[in-house]
Design a protein around this ligand. Structure first.
Ligand SMILES: CCCCCCCCCC(=O)SCCNC(=O)CCNC(=O)[C@H](O)C(C)(C)COP(=O)(O)OP(=O)(O)OC[C@H]1O[C@@H](n2cnc3c(N)ncnc32)[C@H](O)[C@@H]1OP(=O)(O)O
Length: 246
């Protein structure tokens, strides 16, 4: 029992570290390996004027503590976290050399070519906002953003909202309505919120609007995110959690 509680605290600690300090600290806290990181959610030369302006506006909102900027990082992912991810979900382990190549999908492009974004979280309102600029490698219809790229960012924003509010999860269902195409390299605001929790199910929703808020590009209502922890814990998971702490 003590062991189980210890694991609960470990995950609570992980989630708390995640939304106060970001992935880099979460990863570092579970690893003895040296982690090289860079925060990709800060302005860079590829950011348009719109993205910079919005970023500055949200950073201002962070000053009174109501909103938090969520940093990102690209790093050499520690092997143990990979093992954890692989085994925790009962999937077949992938080869070591493939693992060493792994990196978060949304941070896998050259600066400015793919997903440029910054996220902000409001704990009281259980809301997450993502300021997103889709680069030229994310083209779908000529001159417009690929629907799958937008779905990726919606899933990521909803995921960050869920992990910040509730903890570890897997997306079980995601319903997206594409209402108006997004011009490539333009900026949109993805606003997500936690609507309700029923047992292991977390219901979150979001909408995607243009910077001037006049155009509703897309919305996702009642997607379901199922939280895995602490309800489906096997002996193997417990061993892995203990090993992560060493
Ligand atoms: C740092 C953070 C940033 C992260 C950003 C990245 C975000 C990326 C998010 C993802 O891409 S996750 C990857 C894509 N998702 C998957 O691969 C999930 C694959 N599916 C599964 O692994 C399992 O189906 C799942 C864990 C979702 C559920 O399996 P379980 O065996 O744990 O749950 P179960 O089937 O018993 O269902 C639990 C409840 O959820 C409900 N449920 C399950 N699937 C559902 C579904 N598809 N739609 C609606 N409800 C669903 C189910 O009816 C039930 O409701 P009740 O509790 O009321 O009985």
């Amino acid at each position: 029992m003590d062991g189980c509680l210890h694991c609960v605290f470990t995950w609570q600690k992980a989630c708390s570290i995640f939304h106060t300090q970001g992935w880099k600290h979460l990863r570092r806290s579970f690893s003895t390996e040296k982690v090289i990181h860079k925060d990709h959610s800060l302005p860079n030369p590829s950011w348009s004027k719109d993205l910079r302006l919005l970023f500055d506006q949200f950073m201002k909102k962070c000053e009174d503590g109501s909103w938090k900027h969520l940093p990102s990082s690209e790093c050499k992912v520690p092997q143990r976290i990979h093992s954890f991810k692989t085994y925790f979900l009962d999937s077949k382990p992938v080869k070591e050399d493939q693992l060493s190549q792994a990196r978060p999908f949304t941070r896998s492009y050259e600066v400015g070519q793919g997903f440029e974004y910054a996220m902000f979280y409001n704990e009281d309102e259980k809301r997450t906002v993502c300021l997103f600029q889709g680069g030229p490698y994310l083209e779908g219809p000529p001159g417009f953003l690929h629907g799958g790229a937008l779905a990726t960012m919606i899933d990521t924003t909803l995921g960050v909202c869920t992990i910040s509010c509730m903890g570890l999860f897997m997306t079980a269902n995601l319903n997206i309505n594409f209402k108006s195409p997004i011009p490539l390299c333009s900026v949109v605001v993805i606003s997500s919120q936690l609507d309700k929790v029923e047992g292991r199910k977390v219901f979150v929703s979001c909408n995607v609007r243009s910077v001037d808020e006049k155009t509703l590009h897309s919305d996702a209502t009642d997607p379901v995110l199922v939280i895995l922890y602490p309800y489906r814990m096997t002996f193997l998971h417990l061993i892995l959690l203990f090993s992560l702490q060493r």
